[in-house]
Ligand binder design. Structure first.
Ligand code: ZN
Length: 306
């Protein structure tokens, strides 16, 4: 059965971009009768808090979105450990002792590296007893093959992730499972067939596809969509910092914000109130704006600038 998922990280209150991403994900799944999963990503012990998971669920319900299954990512610790076992069994797991300072120094000597991990620790063995006894970060040794990948929006995401950006950290030094592995592992377990997410994550897709190949997991169909941006320090950044759900909910009803987000995304000519159910009637990705949109929080309302 077709299965979609929305997987926000719970590192703070929802912002307008989170809510738009959730709305698009919901419309994509519901318009094709797919099962829809909400996965609250709470693996980062320093940045995630339980109250933000709870708040995220409330904010999404306030906007009018519902889910068939709700999961906390941290509850999948055993499955994540099994995926590390699997990588170890395939000889594709190695400890990395490079510090950020060392990697920066290496990149300084060779500016062409950019933020590429050059595989410095590849071939270093795991300690006796395997990865569980390893106090260092762990990386997955990706196959050096080119991944051919085009997402549902037509974006070409092909590349050779083993070289650029290099083998990913799959378990951090502090013991937390890293995003690319957790996400791939959880999507496969849940039978996710459709991943809809913001364009800021497009660059991670080839790495995730290489991890799926390494673990023998099926590849869902990916689609990346527009972002909501704001002007910050003369540059455009994700509309993150300016306003979070407490302020939004103090100034908007769920239907008013839903209408505004749908208008920003190109789904409606005006920003009059709407609901996800009402938008479902004539939802079509062809009508979703391709370009990112810039918004501004005035302290009372969100204005669409461009
Ligand atoms: Zn290293």
């Amino acid at each position: 059965m077709a299965t979609g998922r929305f997987a926000p990280s719970t590192t703070g209150p929802a912002h307008p971009g989170t809510l738009l991403a959730a709305l698009l994900c919901w419309l994509d799944a519901r318009s094709q009768g797919a099962r829809l999963l909400l996965r609250l990503e709470d693996l980062d012990p320093e940045r995630c808090r339980p109250e933000w998971s709870h708040g995220m669920r409330e904010d999404l319900a306030w906007l009018g979105l519902d889910w068939d299954v709700v999961e906390q990512q941290s509850e999948a610790a055993e499955a994540h450990a099994r995926s590390l076992d699997e990588l170890e069994a395939r000889g594709a797991l190695y400890p990395c002792r490079c510090t950020r300072a060392q990697l920066r120094a290496e990149q300084g000597r060779n500016p062409l590296l950019g933020s590429i991990y050059p595989g410095t620790c590849r071939g270093r063995p795991l300690p006796a007893g395997g990865w569980r006894n390893c106090k260092e970060a762990l990386r997955a040794a990706l196959a050096e093959t080119r991944i051919e990948l085009r997402d549902a929006s037509g974006a070409d995401l092909s590349g050779t992730p083993a070289r650029d950006p290099g083998d990913p950290v799959v378990r951090r030094r502090d013991g937390a499972i890293a995003y690319p592995l957790a996400s791939v592992c959880d999507d496969a377990r849940a039978g996710v067939t459709h991943v809809v997410r913001g364009r800021d994550l497009a660059a991670t897709t080839a790495t995730q596809a290489a991890l799926q190949d390494l673990l023998g997991l099926p590849r869902p169909r990916y689609r990346h969509h527009l972002l909501l941006l704001e002007e910050r320090g003369g540059k455009l950044a994700k509309l993150h910092g300016a306003v979070g759900s407490p302020e939004l909910r103090a100034h908007y009803t769920g239907a008013a914000l839903c209408g505004l987000l749908a208008h920003a995304a190109g789904l409606k000519d005006d920003s009059a109130e709407s609901t996800p159910r009402a938008l479902l009637d004539d939802f079509d990705w062809k009508r979703v704006a391709h370009e990112d949109r810039t918004m501004r929080w005035t302290g009372e309302r969100l204005e669409l600038l461009a």
